[in-house]
Design a protein around this ligand. Sequence first.
Ligand SMILES: *Cc1c(COP(=O)(O)O)cnc(C)c1O
Length: 393
Amino acid sequence: MVAGADDIRHARYDTARVAALIREAPPEDPVFLFRPEALTRRAETFKRGFPGHVSYAVKANPSTDVLDTLVRSGVTAFDVASVAEMRAVRECLPDARLHYHNPIRSAAEIAEAKSLHVASWSVDRLSELDKLGALPPTTQIAVRVTLNRGGAAYDFGTKFGAGPDMAVALLKDVSARGLSLALTFHPGTQCTDPHAWTDYIAACALIARQARFRLAALNVGGGFPSREAAEGPVLAPIFDAIRSAIATHFPDDPPTLWCEPGRAMVADAAWLLLRVKARCGHILYLNDGLYGALGEWRDMPVPGQRSTFGPQGVERGGNPQPFTIFGPTCDSLDRVPGTWELPSDIAEGDHILIRAAGAYSTALVTAFNGYGTRQQIDLRTVKGGTGQGRLAG
Ligand SMILES: *Cc1c(COP(=O)(O)O)cnc(C)c1O
């Protein structure tokens, strides 16, 4: 179902384009390499494979290029966490469906969100549900459930989410207000375990039974893993698990299903090209680090194959060795935890290509120490796609 062979072929072409770019005009500063076709293919994968509707979690990559490409690919619903994200979506698609699934909101944010006609609001406590005040009767309230189970690279359940008892109480309250009943959860980002979804779906079915309500909708969150096509399909087993869990736990009258992927939708949509500023033994000083596009590495290793290019865009062939990676700022915290395996002959001036760098990268770049600016190049505009590029080093 995931177009694995297609993805690999495109990745090869794009790798050759990166080599050509380095040959012609080696970038000095970090560059994002936008891959709209990869994004379109991923949107198709979700639309065809997920047994319900797809909304995109804007926070993973809010760039206009990404939003426009998704809209052109037929995505019409967006999970937004702030008024700024709502406005960014409305700019690209004026009648987009907005899911405001950040359960803590100020009164001012609520007022603005109402004027922007949000379709769904998540809640995880009664006080915040009260704060919403009057809403049109078609409005969906998605009660955010947490089970505090592991299985993801980064657990989201510690900040938001109601336990099952509170979820039952919230559903009753939502029903008393005459609003549309939904449950939602987020298994944690980069979650590779299909049981995370099946456990949550079973728990949601139990909550709905205990509250004695029929759910209009069930939103199974984001959390879908990003992996490169070379590693085989990772989404299909999760989609299958969700499909069969719904059949088991909601045998009659299943709710409308939604998912709201962030990472898995955009990870492959951009690659990141960095440069080695200096090499000192097994320490590399790069032109980007934890205050830039590698911000997420502070919390978790980010999947995505790397390639190293020497002069003239020729890939380095030395045996892989562990290197300590420092970013460009003067803060000693600006160091990637652990080490990266890179060719032993890597040298100052070389470029490191990080694939699958489209999620939580552009969005996290800071201007600390004056390093905030980022160029973005649409890889399709780079000549030199001979198909000769290698995927693995
Ligand atoms: C962040 C977030 C998502 C997207 O998560 P990914 O792990 O990037 O897929 C979806 N829904 C909500 C409510 C979120 O906060």
